[in-house]
Design a protein. Structure first.
Length: 457
């Protein structure tokens, strides 16, 4: 067959656009005059030219490939329907068009996925590495397409679960579950549409889901309107607090309690607004017992408490301890219990010096009649001496610890606690004599004098 093709149309075009071909003017002319070159065409050529075409042409095509590079980082474009353009080499209209550029003469070509492989290694590389670029462009095209059906579809889907988080109160899962499941389905359909899976049925289903989700949103806002005035409904701020402090398990408990804060969850919630709410609520219950929560300490998650009969001593109780003990006042009023001030004092701390001083001087007075007495104390040095003068026995103690154990003796005649104090004194292995007590005191003031002298120097 003498019409066998020796140079195909796309090879001919590639050579025409490549610089290397110009070194062979006779070949350039031949290529310009013929779209394809068959055996018949070269029979008219001279011997050298025929030999060239039969033996050197393949090498020339390979060398020509080296002149070309991708036109830019985005070297491939996905064109839709009418926008398709013809391949510079073979003339076929293409959906995927690769842009390639001649490094020497700056000639730009647009070629199809098959013809790009004509350009040797670089062509193969472009073909292989076009997948992600093509995917990205296809996604954008599909996004445009679905937006024509459902305007703003992407933001509708990204807002889906945020609608739950944006409610002023916690939405239990039995209220939010079906709505959120629809959201997952919508996301899946949307992703599939972007990936180019069957558009028609998916866009119909997605439109339907978005429509019925409006009914669910209405149910949720109705629920919020009904619940949000309940004092102990968990708020959005409480949810945020529990997530921030890694107490998701408390959120699970609240979920089981249908969004309501109960006695079992309240001690674990240190959120600001909630603590201020508790302050007001507890005061309604304890004011007539003589106690008052005067402030909330947010850093320590607790309450500042006073009793107006106790010379304005400042007490502090951690909210978790206070609410574990007294939460029933608010959360379980059926409990058959009376407010016990001793329990309250027991869980309170005292830390400021004037309050410590007042408490010690009160205890000192209250136990004066018994033969073990507070001999001496120094709040600033955190030290306190108990003594039994008759037995010539003295005992040095940590003042803050002493107050934490025996503060109740400042306010109440507690015989049992008083006995405990006497017992502790008797059992103490490190008692000293009166002489040693004075020596101890003298040593302490000497050390103090030296310290201030050194500071003056
Ligand atoms: Zn082509």
């Amino acid at each position: 067959m003498n019409n066998k093709l020796l140079i195909k149309k796309k090879e001919r075009n590639k050579l025409l656009y490549s610089e290397i071909t110009k070194q062979y003017p006779w070949l350039l002319t031949l290529l310009k005059e013929n779209e394809k070159i068959s055996l018949e065409d070269i029979e008219k050529l001279d011997r050298d030219q025929r030999v060239f075409i039969e033996n050197v042409l393949q090498k020339l095509l390979l060398e020509a490939s080296k002149e070309w590079k991708p036109d830019s980082d985005v070297f491939v474009k996905v064109l839709e329907g009418k926008e398709r353009i013809r391949c510079s080499l073979c003339g076929t209209p293409n959906r995927y068009i690769y842009y390639i550029k001649n490094k020497i003469n700056q000639q730009k070509l647009n070629v199809g996925g098959d013809c790009v492989k004509e350009f040797g290694e670089i062509g193969e590389w472009m073909h292989k590495n076009s997948t992600n670029i093509i995917k990205g462009q296809v996604k954008v095209q599909n996004l445009a397409k679905i937006n024509k059906h459902i305007p703003g579809v992407e933001s509708i889907i990204s807002r889906w679960s945020k609608i739950i988080d944006a409610q002023p109160i916690y939405i239990p899962t039995d209220i939010s579950k079906e709505y959120l499941e629809l959201g997952l389905k919508a996301t899946q359909l949307f992703e599939e549409i972007l990936d180019g899976k069957g558009f028609k049925e998916r866009s119909i289903e997605l439109t339907h889901i978005i429509k019925i989700s409006e009914d669910y949103i209405k149910d949720i806002t109705d629920y919020v309107a009904k619940k949000k005035s309940n004092k102990f409904t968990a708020t959005r701020e409480i949810c945020k607090f529990l997530k921030r402090t890694k107490k998701e398990y408390v959120l699970d408990m609240i979920n089981k309690d249908k969004g309501e804060i109960k006695w079992r969850t309240a001690p674990r919630i240190g959120e600001k607004e909630f603590l201020f709410l508790l302050k007001e609520e507890y005061n309604n219950k304890i004011l007539n017992e003589g106690y008052e929560i005067t402030g909330v300490n947010l850093d320590k998650e607790g309450f500042n408490i006073i009793n107006r009969d106790f010379d304005m001593i400042n007490f502090f109780a951690k909210h978790s301890n206070f609410t574990l003990e007294f939460g029933w006042l608010l959360f379980d009023q059926n409990i058959d219990e009376d407010f016990d001030p001793l329990k309250l004092l027991n869980l309170c701390e005292v830390s400021d010096e004037p309050s410590l001083d007042t408490i010690i001087s009160k205890i000192k007075k209250n136990i004066y009649r018994k033969h073990i007495r507070i001999i001496d104390y120094d709040v600033a040095k955190n030290s306190l001496y108990l003594g039994d003068a008759a037995l010539n026995e003295y005992l040095k103690l940590n003042l803050v610890e002493f107050v934490s154990r025996y503060k109740i003796l400042a306010f109440y005649e507690e015989e049992k606690l008083h006995k405990k104090l006497i017992e502790e004194f008797k059992q103490a292995p490190n008692k000293i004599t009166k002489k040693e007590y004075y020596r101890d005191k003298e040593a302490a003031s000497a050390a103090e004098r030296e310290f201030s002298n050194n500071r003056l120097l």
